[in-house]
Write a protein that binds this ligand. Structure first.
Ligand SMILES: [Zn+2]
Ligand SMILES: [Zn+2]
Length: 238
């Protein structure tokens, strides 16, 4: 499942980018470079509306492609979702969004690819009451959820774009909940299997310690991952 894929360096007008040679192996978290708004279409800054002239110059935000004055587009930031090698210029709004995403790319993506141990709750599928443990991780190219472990045979890997819904439930950790169940989270992944378009589901529960903390962090991370993916999907449908 882990495809070995080569990368290449390409130069766009925004800067150098490292991208995979074959688009088929592209991480689903990546964004396409935006089209730059032509200079002729913009006489004023998109944000503060100041008029451009010889002193007040136009600057393109590398993330949204719109035109701003220098002070509305002054941040230079790493933009992992567009694969830029060096920090690039972004507008204040895109700087805010990029900052919010940085925790995902710096920390949560590693949690996802390292994987975590879960209990497999199969009560919703064929085997009633059987609860087993398995490891779930995101593949290195970020395209698949893969399952490992003795009981993983019953669950084949899931391509992220086949996931329809992701339902996260958290134990409210209330004082009167049973000690056994405290701090347990679960994630139910509903997906279509490629060939037959049948709806499948797998439910992963964070088991007892020592695995629980990492499993809960993994569930937080996959929830954040899908927020980013749904944003991409709606962007691309524009
Ligand atoms: Zn401005
Ligand atoms: Zn922007």
């Amino acid at each position: 499942m882990e495809a070995v894929c080569s990368k290449k360096l390409i130069k766009s007008k925004s800067g150098l980018r490292i991208v995979v040679t074959n688009d088929k192996f592209r991480s689903p978290f990546l964004l396409c470079e935006p089209q730059w708004t032509p200079d002729s279409e913009s006489t004023n800054c998109t944000a503060c509306k100041v008029k451009f002239d010889f002193v007040t110059r136009r600057h393109h935000c590398r993330r949204c492609g719109l035109i701003y004055c220098g002070s509305c587009c002054e941040s230079k930031m790493g933009l992992p979702r567009m694969c830029f090698v060096d920090p690039v210029r972004v507008c204040n709004r895109c700087a805010f969004v990029t900052n919010k995403e940085s925790d995902f790319f710096d920390r949560q993506l590693k949690t996802l690819t390292s994987g975590a141990t879960f209990l497999l709750d199969q009560r919703l599928s064929a085997c009633p009451d059987s609860v087993n443990s398995l490891v779930c991780k995101l593949s290195q190219d970020h395209r698949y959820l893969v399952f490992e472990g003795r009981t993983a045979d019953s669950v084949s890997s899931v391509e992220l774009h086949q996931v329809k819904t992701l339902g996260v439930a958290r134990d409210p950790d209330t004082a009167d909940s049973e000690e056994e169940l405290k701090g347990i989270s679960s994630v139910e992944i509903v997906y279509t299997d490629g060939s037959q378009q049948n709806e499948q589901r797998v439910k992963l529960c964070s088991g007892p310690e020592p695995h629980r903390k990492l499993a809960n962090a993994w569930i937080d991370a996959i929830q954040q991952a899908f927020k980013l993916l749904y944003e991409c999907r709606s962007d691309n449908s524009d």
